[in-house]
Design a protein around this ligand. Structure first.
Ligand code: SF4
Length: 250
């Protein structure tokens, strides 16, 4: 994963119509996997060439991608490192750094706060970390050093994995940290909740000066917290009024 955005699906036209390729694997971030899955699920006859050519969808775990300005503006101009010296980019959310490995010797460590302005806009709203639409999802989180965690999500993905293993292309190790995977998934899922809550706050502020917007606030609130509104009310409903919420602290 190189963390620089590339329009993977746009390249399909060249691959299928110009180069006449007919057995393609799409490898990209989860959003590209979602797009490819939409193509495969579509019934429109005009999309058939795509459906016939795409055989496998592989997604890399993704917390965000950067626009090319990351290299030209930040790494080249601000840090003074020519782009041809950049060998690899690696993001570490736990350490809060982007590590730029250079050809030859050395590496550069940049705090993610400096890197953040170069994140693609849509990534701030994305909740898919583990590539749920892909046949196979792959990434470093949850795997021991020098290994990758692989999730086979479809029978096709499982078959591809078994074939690769049967051909001796993979070395297996069973030490997967499922909790780390789940934490990464949930962390990104929380973005949606935060976004929805921010939307509710804005609506509430608007309703202070315009009472006509109160109905909108109620609707939004009900969407977030259910028709009975409060979290406490929902717990009460779940327990049928048994009072277990308070006792169990749940
Ligand atoms: S964070 Fe989401 S939208 Fe951004 S590149 Fe990754 S999968 Fe796509």
């Amino acid at each position: 994963m190189q963390y620089l955005w590339a329009p993977v699906l746009t390249a399909l036209n060249e691959a299928i119509f110009e180069r006449q390729l007919s057995a393609l694997a799409i490898v990209g971030p989860p959003c590209a996997a979602q797009g490819a899955r939409c193509l495969l699920d579509a019934t429109n006859a005009r999309l058939r060439p795509y459906r016939d050519a795409i055989r496998l969808i592989v997604a890399a775990f993704c917390s965000g991608m950067y626009v090319p300005g990351l290299v030209s503006d930040l790494i080249e101009r601000s840090k003074g490192v020519p782009r041809e010296r950049v060998r690899r980019l690696a993001v570490s959310p736990t350490e809060g750094t982007l590590t730029v490995t250079l050809w030859g010797d050395g590496e550069l460590s940049i705090p993610l706060t400096e890197v953040q302005p170069f994140t693609r806009r849509g990534c701030a709203f994305c909740e898919d970390y583990l590539g749920g639409a892909a046949d196979l999802s792959i990434g470093a989180i949850g795997a021991p050093p020098s290994h990758a965690a692989v999730i086979a999500r479809t029978s096709l993905g499982e078959m591809a994995l078994r074939n690769a293993w049967g051909l001796g292309l993979l070395e297996l190790c069973a030490e997967i940290d499922r909790e780390a995977l789940e934490a990464a998934r949930a962390d990104k899922g929380r973005r949606l909740e935060a976004e929805a809550l921010a939307g509710l706050h804005l609506l509430m502020l608007g309703a202070l000066s315009d009472p006509g917007k109160r109905a909108q606030v109620k609707e939004h609130f009900a969407r977030l917290y259910g028709p009975r509104g409060s979290k406490a009310a929902r717990k009460e409903e779940e327990h049928g009024g048994c009072g277990a919420c308070a006792g169990a602290g749940c």
